[in-house]
Write a protein that binds this ligand. Structure first.
Ligand SMILES: *Cc1c(COP(=O)(O)O)cnc(C)c1O
Length: 352
């Protein structure tokens, strides 16, 4: 740290991204990326946009917002786009965290980081012992409510009926539902947008649409809520979504059947993985995301992580005591999941 750093940032606890090592080829099951490549059409659209990089990107993201509005059947002034959904979460914490924020104590790590960064008092509510979310303590929170649905890293889904109760019980706060993983078998709460102007649904192209590196997130909210996010965007970085990314997003939406087909394959591979790991003595949550959350009856979470890494397979382990027995394993291609199962079987055989 330099002596010049603003004192208010001295104690910031940064977000730790999953590792992206370059030392050897790994089977990467640690950051919930898609195993499926981009289509030719998307690559071509990006190449075409590249010839125009001389110009600033469209700060209104007009074409992309219109395509999202059409795809999700919402008015265009209910759509916001950002540089990944992290960018949108950042703006949402700034915009709606004035009275504080409340979120589950085990959830996406960035919520704590953003609260900290913006000096927003955070209330972290423990999960129930089975890792599910009890919505009772969120009643009349009088502060921003943030729920990842499905939750990370547990993969557990909260039914839309419960989200509707959260919206009714918090009429004076924004309820932000982070649907980064909703395409993998969950039911979106987006239809509630018509009735609840305090709802903000945040989504991303990173997980289900193979565009993690492009950095593209989107959100749906009432026109007034979206206008607040725009105000912060234009006060921070009006060109937050570059023109290559806008082109990639637009081309991806033009053949959205591919997204659906890829998600179906991920769901099949998830079912395969759950059943194979159960046979190996793992306990798994009922994940509705593109990862499983698994605990071995013989190896610690740390051991699973470390020894898979030695075998060239990356998974994610979190040090928090409540979940230290578990590892989070991204669902990749069938070949990758078969390699994972083989590697785990070998590890367990070494144990005996
Ligand atoms: C991956 C993830 C994000 C961030 O996604 P980007 O759009 O790549 O910034 C947001 N929320 C949750 C719960 C995630 O897992």
């Amino acid at each position: 740290m330099s002596t010049f750093l603003n004192a208010r940032y001295a104690d910031l606890e940064e977000y730790t991204p999953g590792e992206q090592p370059r030392d050897r080829r790994y089977i990467k099951l640690n950051t919930n990326e898609s195993p499926f490549p981009l289509s030719e059409a998307v690559v071509k659209a990006v190449a075409t946009a590249a010839s125009n990089l001389r110009l600033y990107s469209d700060p209104t993201c007009h074409a992309l917002k219109k395509a999202l509005a059409d795809r999700y059947q919402v008015p265009a002034d209910c759509v916001f786009v950002g540089n990944g959904s992290d960018d949108i979460l950042n703006f949402a914490f700034m915009a709606f965290g004035g009275n504080g924020v409340v979120y589950p104590s085990i959830s996406y790590g960035f919520y704590r980081v953003f609260a900290n960064l913006h000096g927003i008092p955070a209330t972290e509510i423990p999960l129930l012992p089975d890792f599910s979310i009890d919505i009772t303590p969120y009643r009349n929170a009088h502060r921003l409510v943030v729920i990842a649905n499905p939750n990370a890293p547990t993969g557990l889904l909260l039914p839309v009926s419960q989200i509707e109760i959260l919206l009714q019980q918090n009429p004076d706060s924004v309820v932000l539902i982070d649907e980064a993983y909703i395409d993998f078998g969950g039911e979106s709460c987006l239809p509630l947008l018509k009735q609840y102007e305090n709802l903000l649904v945040v989504r991303t192209f990173s997980k289900s649409r193979s565009l993690a590196g492009a950095r593209l997130g989107f959100a749906f909210g009432s026109p007034a809520v979206i206008a607040d996010l725009e105000k912060l965007k234009y006060s921070t970085n009006p060109y937050n979504v570059n023109s290559l990314t806008q082109a990639a997003g637009l081309a991806t939406l033009q053949e959205d059947g591919i997204c659906f087909a890829n998600c179906c394959r991920i769901i099949e591979n998830r079912e395969y993985t759950v059943s194979a790991l159960s046979s190996l003595g793992f306990t798994l949550t009922d994940s509705k995301a593109n990862f499983v959350f698994a605990k071995s009856d013989r190896l610690s979470g740390e051991d699973v992580y470390r020894r898979l890494r030695e075998k060239g397979i990356l998974v994610r382990h979190f040090n928090r005591p409540e979940i230290a027995d578990y590892t989070r394993i991204t669902i990749g291609s069938r070949t990758e999941m078969e390699a994972l199962v083989t590697a785990l079987r070998e590890l367990l055989e070494d144990e005996t």
